[in-house]
Design a protein around this ligand. Structure first.
Ligand SMILES: NC(=O)c1ccc[n+]([C@@H]2O[C@H](COP(=O)([O-])OP(=O)(O)OC[C@H]3O[C@@H](n4cnc5c(N)ncnc54)[C@H](OP(=O)(O)O)[C@@H]3O)[C@@H](O)[C@H]2O)c1
Length: 232
């Protein structure tokens, strides 16, 4: 049995990771700004805003065997309408929030007797240029850079990997998937003709946390229905 911290573990992909790890019998600490509307065996919740709250108030066990950072944004706008404020806000949630959690949790991860794993999230829109994605692509580009540099700095003790999904059916993407027509249109734009499923992405995150992934670090893994690399 291991100890995991899932930041953003109450909704979307993070919640699916929490469900996956709980079903494997692990101890899970799930953090978000709001209390969740569900309970699961072995799961404890912490409420905190990772952008603005004092990280020192986050109570965790002495040993962590893995951490997943899920908070993210989707604010799509033409470049001419992207304000400095939007760029800074997206950077805070996607990058600085992760940095703050990493600073706080690295000492606990270093206490693990396994090869602990860190999983961050990017987006398909870094590898594949897409109109109206400049703000999120800049922030997630920084997450990809952080993944590789931190993986190098923390090897061989701690592994750092990143999942880059395409459009996935979560509260974050609700506005883009709010009707059957929108869902069908989004599915049709992917070579595999479907949108992302949070449970499938969570299964990849859980694998990256596990000892079966003990030889994987510094990777950006594209789980995107083929969108970043195929043209049919
Ligand atoms: N869904 C997609 O289509 C898609 C596509 C590409 C990439 N991604 C990336 O995948 C990751 C997961 O996305 P998702 O769709 O599962 O997101 P989501 O549905 O919005 O869930 C985000 C989780 O993070 C928590 N959270 C957000 N801001 C927080 C803060 N400041 N402090 C603490 N917790 C916070 C949320 O709970 P509270 O609101 O209660 O705080 C929630 O539990 C993100 O990094 C996203 O950018 C998603």
């Amino acid at each position: 049995m291991k100890n995991f911290l899932i930041v953003g573990g109450t909704k979307g992909i993070g919640r699916a990771v929490v469900e996956n790890l709980s079903s494997q019998g692990h101890n899970v600490y799930a953090l978000a700004r709001h209390a969740p509307d569900f309970a699961l065996p072995g799961v404890q919740f912490r409420t905190m805003d990772i952008v603005s709250d004092d990280m020192g108030s986050l109570q965790l066990p002495e040993v962590l065997d893995g951490m997943v950072y899920c908070p993210g944004t989707i604010n799509l706008k033409p470049f001419k309408s992207v304000s400095d404020t939007q760029i800074l806000e997206e950077f805070q949630v996607n990058v600085l929030g992760a940095v703050r959690v990493l600073r706080h949790t690295l000492p606990f991860l270093k206490n693990s007797s396994f090869t602990p794993g860190i999983v961050l999230f990017s987006t398909v829109a870094v590898q594949q240029g897409m109109p109206f994605h400049s703000s999120i692509a800049m922030a997630k580009g920084a997450v990809e850079g952080l993944t590789r540099s931190l993986a190098a700095e923390l090897a061989p003790r701690i592994r750092v990997n990143c999942i880059a999904p395409s459009l996935t059916d979560t509260p974050l993407a609700e506005r883009l998937l709010s009707s059957p027509e929108k869902k069908e249109g989004a599915a049709g734009r992917h070579p595999l003709k479907k949108i992302g499923n949070p449970s499938e992405i969570a299964a990849l995150a859980s694998f990256l946390l596990s000892e079966d992934a003990s030889w994987i670090t510094g990777q950006i893994i594209h789980m995107d229905g083929g969108l970043s690399s195929l043209r049919l």
